[in-house]
Structures are given as C-alpha cells and as structure tokens.
Ligand binder design. Structure first.
Ligand SMILES: O=C(O)CCC(=O)C(=O)O
Ligand SMILES: [Fe+2]
Length: 349
C-alpha cells in the first residue's frame, strides 16, 4: 500500500506526502475546532496586564518638553489599541528624510538597498538597482529596512517623544524590529502584525506609522479597528497564534481574513480611516487589526514610514542574520541591530 502511494506521488498523481499529511491534519483540526488562544499572560507588557499607568511611567526617562500628556495617551492606547501623537516631528526633518528616499528611488541604479515591487521578481526582496524604476516608484512598492542604510531615518524612528511612548507601551529598553517605506498606499488587506512580525516574545510588538505628508482621503488611507487588539486570537493550527509557513494548517490569507471579518462583526468593532497630518505619528498595538485601503485617486501618494518595535528582551539579535558579535547601535536610547546579511549597506546614506 505504502509503495503504491509512493509511486502515485512520484507520478505526481498525488501531492507530496508532506502536503497530503497536512491536508489530513487540517481536516482533523477543522473537526476538532480551534483552541481559545492568546498571548501568554506572563509575557504581556505592563499596560496589557492592567498595571496602573502611574506605575508604568515612573521609571521612564520622560523628555521635559513632551508635547502631549503621556498618561492620557497611554490610557487611550490601553483601551483602543492605537494612539495619535500630534506634531511630534518638525516638518523640515520629515522633508529631509523623504528627499533622501526620493534620491534613492530616482537613482536606484546606484543602490543595493532592498525593496519589494508589485509583480516583479515574484514579490521577493530585491536590490533596488535591479528593479525597473517604473516598478520601484509605482504603486505596490516598498523599501525594506531602509533605516539600516540611513542615519537620518534612524534618528526619525527613535524620536524621544515617540520612544518614551513605546517604552511605556512595551517595556523600558526597546529595539527596532523592521521598517518599511511606502510611497503609495499598501492597499494591504486587513490583518494583525503579531502572527508574522515575531520576536521571541510575540506580545512585545508595536508599530509607528509616520506620514511624510498630510494624508489625503483618496490616497488609500490606513484603516484600523479600535479595540481589536483585545479580541480573541486566530488559531493557525499546529502553530498556535503565530503563522509558520509549511507548518500552520490554516491559510494565512483566506482563513485568517474570514476569521477577522467574523470576529470584528461579533465584537461590533468598526473600522476608522486614518487622516492624520505631516508631523503626527500613529502608534498601533501588535494585536490591532489594520490594513491599507484601496487608492481612489491613483495620482495621490501616501508617503509613509512604518517602524515595528519590540523590546530588547523580545529581540536579542537582528531578525535575519545576527552578526557573531551581535553588533548594534543605540540611537536616542533605542537599540538598532546590524543586519548581518547586508553589512555593506550600513549607514551608507
Ligand atoms: O501602511 C500600510 O498601508 C500598512 C502597513 C502595514 O500593515 C504594516 O507595515 O504592518
Ligand atoms: Fe501591518
């Protein structure tokens, strides 16, 4: 019998054993039903454990000229899973960073910084010098970990007004996990970040969304679902609340999207569209459901930088390839690991 199955696989009449095994496992999983899962309580940041805000902020190094009320913003974040910090950036700083990004996009033939472009190289990370300019500067392109190469972007991402909030939301001593630069809306379906953006402590995750221009309603603004950071988590099957390619039993797009739609409805959580201004930043909780809405006017850009953060305890090395000596820089009190794969690109701009 086994020989017969093997020969059918060889003749490609049956899918490879691993795939068919997973199909059986998936069926059993669907019959069993998902488990009730969540982040491990012990690992949660203090704010998610319900620790009093006064207690959380007491050990932090709070800048004297903080332009917002930290306690008030933290209470809002605790309840809603997002917060907008208004006018924490000088417009001039944002303009300088974008003009550097624009220079790289326009002179891509000179740079090995990596990007993903729509319908190019099967959506794989590719050096920008190998991506046609049309794809690189068009809709659907994103620069990956641009901050590795740009000290200006490291400084922007570690702004002390942003840093102190993230420390309160995660833990004192934070690290950059990853960054993305978008010129247009990602038009990405709604999702949560924690199943993919995974450090050693999945609950230690928050992101900052920093626009380089006022967000236009027709540019495909970000959409987010206040309160969704606390809704029940999806069971990917075999891999719990995290998605692991080749191991998870449930489909990361179809099944997960269906679950989110259903759970948002059951919990009566409605989406809000983010129309913030240049100088502001949005912070979202790692569990907040969000996505990029479709672009209504294809001529409208939505220039932005997304930076995902974890704690140092959650992220002990660079996520790709730790350098043997585990090299890192500390900028404005935030740890930024060297990317061992792309050492030659460090701070080249
Ligand atoms: O900016 C966007 O449209 C979405 C980006 C996003 O979901 C992410 O970086 O996690
Ligand atoms: Fe996301």
């Amino acid at each position: 019998m086994i020989q017969r199955v093997k020969s059918l696989i060889k003749k490609q009449i049956l899918p490879p054993l691993k795939k068919s095994q997973r199909k059986v496992q998936r069926l059993a999983f669907l019959l069993r039903g998902p488990e009730k899962l969540d982040f491990e309580f012990e690992t949660l940041p203090k704010i998610d454990k319900g620790v009093a805000i006064a207690e959380i902020v007491k050990d932090l190094d709070i800048p004297a000229n903080l332009p917002y009320d930290l306690n008030e913003k933290l209470a809002f974040f605790q309840e809603h899973g997002y917060v907008v910090l208004e006018q924490i950036y000088e417009h001039k700083e944002l303009e300088q960073v974008w003009s550097e990004i624009d220079h790289v996009l326009e002179n891509n033939e000179n740079y090995e910084i990596e990007a993903i472009a729509h319908r190019f190289n099967e959506q794989k990370l590719t050096p920008v010098k190998d991506i046609p300019k049309k794809n690189l500067t068009g809709i659907g392109a994103r620069l990956n970990d641009y901050h590795d190469s740009s000290m200006k972007t490291k400084v922007l991402s570690t702004n002390p007004f942003l840093r102190v909030f993230l420390e309160a939301a995660l833990e004192k001593n934070i690290a950059i996990f990853q960054s993305l630069v978008f010129k247009y809306s990602s038009q990405q379906a709604i999702h949560q970040d924690f199943p993919w953006v995974t450090s050693q402590i999945p609950s230690h995750l928050a992101a900052a969304w920093i626009p380089f221009e006022d967000v236009h309603p027709d540019s495909g603004p970000l959409i987010y679902y206040p309160g969704s950071h606390r809704m029940p988590k999806f069971d990917f099957g075999n891999t719990g609340i995290l998605f692991k390619s080749g191991k998870s039993l449930m489909d990361p797009e179809k099944d997960f999207a269906q679950f989110l739609d259903k759970t948002l409805k059951e919990n009566k959580l409605n989406g809000e569209v983010l129309l913030i201004n240049k100088g502001d930043a949005l912070i979202w909780h790692g569990g907040l459901v969000h996505g990029g809405t479709p672009i209504k006017d294809l001529s409208k850009t939505r220039k932005s930088l997304v930076v995902h953060f974890s704690s140092i305890n959650g992220l002990k090395t660079h996520r790709y390839a730790p350098t043997p000596e585990n090299a890192y820089e500390t900028i404005n009190g935030v740890r930024i690991y060297d990317n061992g794969h792309l050492k030659h690109l460090k701070n080249i701009l």
